[in-house]
Design a protein around this ligand. Structure first.
Ligand code: NAD
Ligand code: UDP
Length: 310
């Protein structure tokens, strides 16, 4: 049994990860400031003896007496609406917060995994994106607090690794969706499903020809777990589903699967919105034996069921 710290553990991905780790019989310490996460996401875990919740912002230092064996660092708002709402806090989480977590890893000799992102590739000129691509990122735009924040977080991880021998793992996560996304999250999958279920028009930003590749949460969590426990790979490694869809195609799928009478409407495209995104996951396949198994249709059905229930 390992003691595992999950920052951002009350969020969408974090809550699934905490559950997965408890199922694997580990002790889980979940740290979250509840900015975009909620206790509701972890309410089934709160009473468990091997689960501890600490309401805390990783921007502030944190100390543990017990030994921490592993750290998954997920604490950072992931939706453009939320990470742009307080851009400076987003940068702080990805710099000061990341250094605080790397400091814990250094002190406890823990292995630490960073939830990095496909956003480090920016508006990519290489397609599909491989881990060797350095990206095309605007350093001064509205998305920069997140994109550049996550890039400097990667730099910090690799410098702590080189300089202080910290045992790191770096996952580059591509758009992931599923149950327990917040209703006010603002990302495309939850927006479209909620709009379709309410019979409202689905809001397509721009002309809807931009693409994303959507990974179901269960697949992603399995990939994170395998990377954390791999001995032959520190990353960076892409984790995502290579199936690539335009936002118009996604809207049509959601309308069909919900049986909604909703139409689509077009709204202005936010600045620096990437035009295309598709992971090359051959590294994860080769080194971790990992690949996504849930199709977009199956995953959307599960997610729709969840939003219908709540
Ligand atoms: P989310 O917003 O649901 O979860 C983030 C969690 O971190 C929330 O619970 C929030 O309250 C918490 N948090 C934010 N700032 C914090 C701080 N300073 N201190 C403590 N807690 C803080 O988003 P998610 O989709 O679950 O994303 C989790 C992580 O995975 C993020 O780091 C995100 O950048 C990364 N990621 C997610 C995706 C995706 O598609 N879901 C893609 C790429 C990367
Ligand atoms: N998007 C959209 N309608 C929405 C929300 C998002 O058309 O209601 C678009 C957005 O402009 C982007 C894509 O969907 O092109 C994915 O957006 P999301 O915020 O989910 O993630 P990210 O842009 O960070 O990949």
């Amino acid at each position: 049994m390992k003691t595992i710290l999950v920052t951002g553990g009350a969020g969408f991905l974090g809550s699934h990860l905490c559950k997965h780790l408890l199922n694997k019989k580990h002790r889980v310490v979940c740290v979250d400031n509840l900015f975009t996460g909620s206790k509701q996401n972890i309410n089934r875990l709160l009473g468990k003896p091997d689960f501890q919740f600490i309401e805390h912002d990783i921007i502030d230092p944190l100390y543990f007496e017990e030994t921490i064996d592993q750290i998954y660092n997920l604490a950072c708002p992931a939706s453009p609406v939320h990470y742009q709402a307080n851009a400076i806090r987003t940068i702080k989480a990805n710099t000061i917060g990341v250094m605080n977590m790397l400091g814990i890893a250094k002190k406890h000799n823990s292995r630490i995994l960073q939830a990095s992102t496909s956003e480090v590739y920016g508006d990519p000129l290489q397609h599909p994106q491989q881990e060797t691509y350095w990206g095309n990122v605007n350093p001064i735009g509205r998305r920069s607090c997140y994109d550049e924040g996550k890039r400097v977080a990667e730099t910090l991880f690799f410098d702590y690794h080189r300089q202080n021998k910290v045992d790191i793992r770096m996952a580059r996560i591509f758009n992931t969706y599923g149950p327990r996304m917040a209703q006010d999250d603002g990302r495309v999958v939850s927006n479209f499903i909620l709009q379709a279920l309410a019979g409202k028009d689905l809001t397509i930003y721009g002309n809807g020809q931009q693409t994303r590749s959507f990974c179901y949460v269960d697949d992603l969590i399995e990939g994170l777990y395998r990377l954390m426990n791999a001995e032959n790979l520190i990353g960076p490694v892409n984790l995502g589903n290579p199936g690539e869809f335009t936002m118009l195609e996604l809207a049509e799928k959601v309308i069909a699967l919900t049986g909604s009478k909703s139409k689509v409407i077009f709204e202005p495209l936010p600045s620096d919105d990437p035009k295309q995104r598709q992971p090359d996951v051959s590294l994860a396949k080769e080194k971790l034996g990992w690949g996504p198994i849930v199709s977009l249709n199956e995953g959307l059905k599960e997610t729709i069921k969840y939003f219908q229930k709540i």
